[in-house]
Design a protein around this ligand. Structure first.
Ligand code: MEV
Length: 291
């Protein structure tokens, strides 16, 4: 084993989170924010790994075929906010499998990095659809279906999307939110099925809107998606306030992004106006930045 590094990108889900776990399509975008992992052989490596990280390291080592996870020291760095719905666990999983495979001089295709990272993601939240790991590995704008078979495609946007990320100020726990919704779905499948299928239709319409640069329509679809997620019980008062405020300050649409239950929201600005919208939200006391 040699010293090596690997990185994975953060992501926003533009539309379709949660419903994607239940078989509907979703659209996600990779961020330039990243997590970077450096690994090196170290007989006392175990002491550099926190308890929370140990299971992920062991899963990544197993996925990649590295035998002695205890003999590895890890350093994590990067500029991606953690535990706020921007895919930090998937970015970390991708960075880990890339760093470990590089350390045994094995190169991973995008396909393999996404597949192995999704195995590691299971440590963080039991039943990931695969959208976070795929976006963290591939970047770009992705159409994703969990399948089987799992399927992804690049979406060709008609123009640049002016997205603003807004942090609600609440941390969240993806595994908890996904698991709690799964239990509610299990108790009343006929109630939730049409809601997920409506979200699937929103995602299909949004793809066409993105391809044709129909930003006003895309904004409307994002706001509708938020209301359906809210109906499913995965929003919070703070996320609802962010969404209302972003729209009041000129966003074409806004919604929570990722698992919800806290975390982040995204707002769609008119073309070229993301910086202005982010500034207006910051003036209102929110942590907001264009993506
Ligand atoms: C989390 O970023 C997205 C969810 O749809 C879970 C998943 O797809 O694994 C909530």
């Amino acid at each position: 084993m040699v010293e090596a590094r690997g990185s994975g990108r953060g992501k926003v889900i533009l539309l379709g989170e949660h419903a994607v776990v239940h078989g509907e399509p979703a659209i996600a975008a990779g961020l330039s924010h990243e997590v970077e992992v450096r690994v090196r052989p170290d007989p006392h490596g175990a002491s550099s790994v926190s308890n929370g990280l140990r299971a992920a390291l062991e899963a990544a080592a197993k996925a990649v075929g590295v035998r002695d996870a205890d003999g590895i020291a890890i350093e994590i760095s990067g500029n991606l906010p953690i535990a706020v719905g921007l895919g930090s666990s998937a970015a970390l999983s991708v960075a880990l499998v890339r760093a470990l495979s590089a350390s045994v001089e094995r190169s991973l295709s995008l396909e393999e990095a996404a597949r192995l990272a999704n195995e590691v993601e299971k440590v963080f939240h039991g039943t990931p659809s695969g959208i976070d790991a795929n976006t963290a590995a591939r970047g770009g704008l992705l159409w994703f279906e969990t399948g089987p078979p799992m399927r992804w495609e690049n979406v060709e946007a008609g123009g640049a999307l002016s997205i603003v990320i807004v942090l609600s100020g609440e941390e969240h726990d993806t595994g908890h939110t996904v698991g709690a919704l799964r239990r509610r779905v299990g108790a009343s499948p006929p109630v939730y099925r049409p809601v997920f299928s409506a979200i699937g239709e929103l995602v299909r319409a949004a793809r066409t809107a993105i391809e044709k640069s129909e930003w006003r329509l895309l904004g409307e679809l994002m706001s509708m998606n938020h209301e359906l997620l809210r109906a499913c019980g995965v929003s919070t008062k703070a996320l609802d306030r962010v969404v209302d405020e972003a729209r009041a300050r000129g966003a074409l649409g806004a919604k929570l992004t990722g698992a919800g239950g806290g975390g982040a929201a995204i707002a769609l600005a008119a073309p070229g106006e993301a910086a202005q919208l982010a500034q207006s939200l910051r003036d209102g006391g929110w942590e907001a930045f264009p993506a």
